[in-house]
Design a binder for this molecule. Structure first.
Ligand SMILES: Nc1nc2c(ncn2[C@@H]2O[C@H](COP(=O)(O)OP(=O)(O)OP(=O)(O)O)[C@@H](O)[C@H]2O)c(=O)[nH]1
Ligand SMILES: [Mg+2]
Length: 365
C-alpha cells in the first residue's frame, strides 16, 4: 500500500475529512502535520516546517506528501523540488479518488476532462515560466516543444468534450422520453457519505455500492419507486465536498444538471455530524446547488442517520441550519426506514406543488 505524510489543519473536522480522503485514495498515513495556516506564498508552508518534514521523510520514507489545500502550480513545484518527493494537493488527491472509482464510460470521460483541465492549468504556468526564462524548458524540453505540449492538451480536451457532449445529448433524449411518458422525477443530492445511495437502495430495492469511503458513487443511476399508487423516477448522484475543484464540477456538469430538471431534489444531511461540520457541509452543498442552478423551492431537506438520536438532538441540529420550522424538512434513517412515510408524503406534496407552478407559468391553470 502507498504511504503518505498528511499536512492538514488543526481542527478535528478538517483532520477527519483529510484522513477520509487519504483512506479513499488508499494511502496509509504514516505521519500527520497540523498547521493553522497552509497558504504561505512560496511553499504553502512556513520554511521552519519544511525542515521538520524533511526529517520525517528521511525516517518514514512515504510515497507522497498529501497537502490538504489547493496549491498553485508554482507552490507545488517549489515544494516538490525542496522536499524531493511527489506532492498531492487536495485537488489532485480528489482527482486520484475519482479516477480510481470511475466505472461508467461517461464518468471516466468526465474524470479525464478534469485531469486535462488540471494539467492545462499547470501547463499554463510552466509555459509562462519558460517564456520568462525562469525555467529553462521543462521535462527536458524547450520553448517550441512547450507549445506543442500545450496544444496537445488542448486537442485532447476538445476530443473528450465532444464525446461528453454526445453523451449529454443521449441523456437529454432519455429525459424527454421520460417526460413524454409522464414520470415524475426525484434526485438525491448532498455531501459525500451523507447516505444518498443507502436511501436510494432503500427506496428502490437496488443494491448499489455504499460505503463509509468518500466518493463511492460517481455515476448517476436512475430507478423507479412507488409513491403510493404512482411510479416515480429517483436518481442517485455524485456527492459534494468542500473545495471541490471547479473543473470537477464543470466536468460532471452534464450529470449534475439532472438536478435542475427534476421535480424534487432531496438534499441529504448527515445529522450525526458535529455542529461545525454540519454547518460547513450544508453551506457547501447549498452553494454548489445554487451554482448549478437548482431552484431552492424544489429542495426537501432530509436529515439522515437519525435512528439513534432523540427528538431533542434532532431539533437542535435542525435549528443549527435554521430548518426547524421548515415544512420541507424531515428526519429519517435510510437504514431502518424511519419516517419513510413522512418523507414520501412530503415528496408527493412537493411534486404536486411543482407541477402546479409549471402549469401556472405555462398558462395551463
Ligand atoms: N447509522 C446510519 N448509517 C447510515 C445511514 N445511511 C447511510 N449510512 C452509512 O453512511 C455511509 C455512507 O453511505 P452511502 O450511502 O455510501 O453515502 P453516499 O452519500 O452515497 O456517499 P458517496 O456516494 O460517497 O457520495 C455508509 O457507511 C452507510 O452505511 C443511516 O440512516 N444510519
Ligand atoms: Mg453514493
Amino acid at each position: 500500500m502507498n504511504t503518505c505524510i498528511l499536512v492538514t489543519y488543526f481542527d478535528l473536522d478538517s483532520l477527519s475529512e483529510a484522513k477520509g480522503l487519504c483512506d479513499s485514495a488508499q494511502y496509509k498515513i504514516v505521519h500527520v502535520i497540523n498547521q493553522k495556516y497552509l497558504q504561505h506564498a512560496k511553499f504553502g508552508l512556513s520554511e521552519g516546517v519544511i525542515s521538520e518534514i524533511k526529517e520525517i521523510i528521511q525516517k518514514a520514507k512515504p510515497s507522497v506528501v498529501v497537502f490538504d489545500e489547493i496549491l498553485k502550480p508554482s507552490q507545488n513545484y517549489n515544494l516538490a523540488s525542496e522536499l524531493k518527493i511527489e506532492i498531492l494537493d487536495r485537488e489532485s488527491l480528489i482527482l486520484e479518488i475519482f479516477e480510481s472509482r470511475a466505472r461508467s464510460t461517461e464518468s471516466q470521460m468526465q474524470v479525464k476532462l478534469a485531469q486535462l483541465r488540471y494539467e492545462m492549468s499547470r501547463a499554463k504556468e510552466k509555459v509562462r515560466l519558460t517564456r520568462m526564462g525562469e525555467q529553462p524548458g521543462f521535462m527536458g524540453i524547450g520553448k517550441f516543444e512547450v507549445d506543442v505540449y500545450y496544444n496537445d492538451i488542448k486537442n485532447r480536451m476538445s476530443s473528450v468534450k465532444s464525446k461528453l457532449q454526445k453523451a449529454g445529448k443521449q441523456r437529454e433524449l432519455h429525459r424527454q422520453s421520460r417526460k413524454r411518458i409522464g414520470f415524475n422525477t426525484v434526485s438525491i443530492a448532498g455531501y459525500t457519505s451523507a447516505g444518498k445511495t443507502t436511501l436510494f437502495n432503500s427506496l428502490t430495492g437496488e443494491r448499489k455500492e455504499k460505503s463509509a469511503k468518500l466518493f463511492t458513487t460517481l455515476t448517476t443511476t436512475t430507478r423507479k419507486f412507488k409513491l403510493e399508487k404512482e411510479w416515480v423516477l429517483v436518481s442517485d448522484t455524485v456527492g459534494f465536498i468542500s473545495k471541490l475543484p471547479a473543473y470537477l464540477i464543470e466536468a460532471f456538469r452534464s450529470t449534475l444538471e439532472e438536478l435542475t430538471f427534476t421535480d424534487v431534489v432531496l438534499v441529504i444531511i448527515d445529522a450525526t455530524d458535529t455542529s461545525s461540520k454540519l454547518k460547513s457541509k450544508f453551506s457547501n452543498c447549498m452553494k454548489t446547488l445554487i451554482e448549478l442552478g437548482v431552484q431552492r423551492d424544489k429542495i426537501i431537506f432530509v436529515f439522515n442517520k437519525t435512528e439513534k438520536m432523540n427528538e431533542g438532538e434532532i431539533i437542535h441540529k435542525m435549528e443549527e441550519l435554521e430548518l426547524d420550522n421548515n415544512k420541507k424538512c424531515v428526519a429519517i434513517s435510510a437504514v431502518t426506514k424511519k419516517n419513510f412515510d413522512t418523507l414520501k408524503e412530503i415528496i408527493r406534496e412537493n411534486i404536486g406543488e411543482h407541477k402546479r407552478i409549471i402549469n401556472k407559468n405555462s398558462g395551463m391553470e
